[in-house]
Design a protein around this ligand. Structure first.
Ligand SMILES: [Fe+2]
Ligand SMILES: [Fe+2]
Length: 494
């Protein structure tokens, strides 16, 4: 079987597997609704068994089963037509359903024990926004509004509430609070801002409660307080549950990327202690990569973290890399073939090290792709000199793969730009620009960007961002006069 047929077969198996996960989770929804129905019947003082309830309310139960099935099918079709890649990863499919089920259970019990208006209805939208992205968060918020409404309506939950407007409130409140959460939450970078998002979420909830329950007169005030609590609890639960989802599903969120980029993160600390030269190189590459990502509208936190981890493979033998050598170069005693083996293995070693520490796969991918299939010119030239030109360049090149994403391409260019800028005797903006242009042109000539979606315009933006940063890093200073400083009672002299 050839590679294309194998890939097609693998994808078909993944779709079938995802369909089974959907079916299983449909049954989980049914089980949850059975539990809610029983709890509601107990609270309403209707002592009959679940089987008795099903016999008496057959049409209602059938409608609930159909609604849940239709919603599950819509979710599957959305991902099949819009985000097919997600269906290929079982982990992502589980994440989608566990988010919906968590939202359903949390909202049900808040409504059961407190009040229907106290439910943290925007929690799911905030979690989905961070874990799956904005588009999925908007879609899942709509599904969640319909799911919660179906549960409320068909499990007799609305009968438990003495509010006339409770039945219509669910889809309206869930939808509007979730949408505000998605739009305001997209800009959230700190935990304090997450809490402030909670206050923004309160607004649509409180306005809707005021509109739906205005006829209650004085009694509306405590309902408005429940609305206020719903927004804030949505944000608090989001902050509490996010780290759990991040670690269980190994998700890449801005919060996690910032923690991974911290100088006290285990691998970064190890790099700082065992390979200080590589650590300092990575700091500048991270600075350059972040600037490029911002200029291109890409994920800046991801670019920075990927740059911090791109060379962690050098931890295996740090002394064999120029930036960590203090005078003695062990390559002087090795053949060019052996030296190349050591140098090029750092890309693969880095990727394996990142995976072994259960860090996000995207960081491992950038680590293995950041040199693409480029030749290691220094040792290739050394080998040419020693063998009168009988050397295969492939034996002196990185094995790849080439950069597969814009972020990997950014790190590749930033990495080489930082390295070359250290060798420039003259770091005027013109010289730096020429050096960075040469780096980009060389990689284009060697087809390093053929497997990612980087455009000529992107490359021009990357070049400008890197030149601007590097000239900032290596800016010139006025020459300080040589002064021998003396104590106050002695005369200063040049
Ligand atoms: Fe490297
Ligand atoms: Fe590097």
């Amino acid at each position: 079987m050839n590679a294309a047929a194998e890939a097609k077969n693998g994808a078909r198996n993944a779709y079938v597997r995802s369909a089974f996960i959907f079916l299983f989770n449909y049954l989980v929804f049914v089980a949850l609704c059975a539990l809610f129905t029983w709890l509601n019947a107990v609270a309403l003082g209707e002592g009959h068994s679940l089987a008795g309830y099903v016999r008496e309310n057959f049409t209602s139960v059938a409608a609930l089963l159909c609604s849940l099935f239709v919603l599950c099918v819509i979710v599957w079709f959305y991902y099949f037509f819009e985000r097919r890649q997600k269906l290929l990863e079982a982990k992502s499919v589980w994440l989608i359903f566990i988010l919906l089920e968590t939202g359903l259970v949390v909202c049900y019990f808040f409504g059961y024990f407190f009040n229907i208006y106290s439910r943290p209805v925007a929690m799911l939208a905030l979690l989905a926004l961070m874990l799956l992205g904005r588009r999925d968060a908007i879609f899942l918020n709509v599904i969640f509004a319909l799911l919660l409404y179906s549960c409320d309506y068909f499990t007799n939950f609305t009968e438990l509430n003495q509010y006339a407007a409770a039945m219509v409130s669910t889809p309206l409140i869930v939808f509007s609070a979730g949408m505000v959460a998605v739009f305001v939450g997209s800009k959230v970078k700190t935990r304090l801002r997450s809490l402030l998002t909670g206050f923004a979420i309160c607004l649509p909830i409180v306005i809707l409660i005021a509109c739906l329950e205005y006829s209650r007169g004085q009694g509306i005030w405590y309902l408005l307080l429940y609305g206020l609590e719903a927004g804030i609890v949505s944000a608090v639960l989001f902050m509490a549950l996010l780290p759990m989802f991040e670690s269980v599903f190994n998700c890449v969120t801005d919060y996690r990327l910032r923690e991974l980029s911290d100088h006290d993160a285990p691998l970064i600390r190890e790099l700082k202690e065992k390979a200080p030269g590589t650590f300092n190189h990575s700091i500048v590459v991270a600075h350059l990569s972040e600037a490029c990502a911002i200029a291109l509208g890409e994920n800046a936190a991801l670019a920075r973290a990927a740059a911090y981890y791109h060379d962690v493979g050098k931890l295996r033998q740090p002394e064999y890399f120029a930036e960590n050598q203090a005078g003695y170069n062990p390559h002087n005693e090795l053949s060019p073939e052996l030296s190349v083996d050591i140098i090029r293995s750092h890309a693969k070693d880095g990727s394996e090290l990142i995976r072994s520490k259960h860090l996000p796969k995207v960081l491992a991918d950038v680590a293995i792709q950041h040199h693409g299939t480029l030749p290691i010119k220094f040792f290739y030239a050394k080998a040419l000199k020693m063998t009168d030109g009988e050397v295969d360049i492939e034996d002196f090149s990185y094995p790849g793969p080439k950069p597969q994403t814009k972020i990997a391409a950014i790190v590749m260019i930033a990495d080489a730009s930082e390295a070359i800028s250290r060798t420039l005797p003259d770091r005027t903006p013109e010289k730096v620009e020429n050096a960075v242009r040469e780096i980009i042109e060389e990689r284009m000539d060697l087809d390093q960007f053929t497997e990612c979606d980087v455009t000529m315009r992107d490359l021009s933006t990357i070049k400008e961002a890197i030149v601007s940063c590097l000239t900032g890093v290596y800016h010139s200073r006025v020459q300080y006069p040589k002064l021998t400083l003396k104590r106050k009672d002695e005369k200063q002299h040049e």
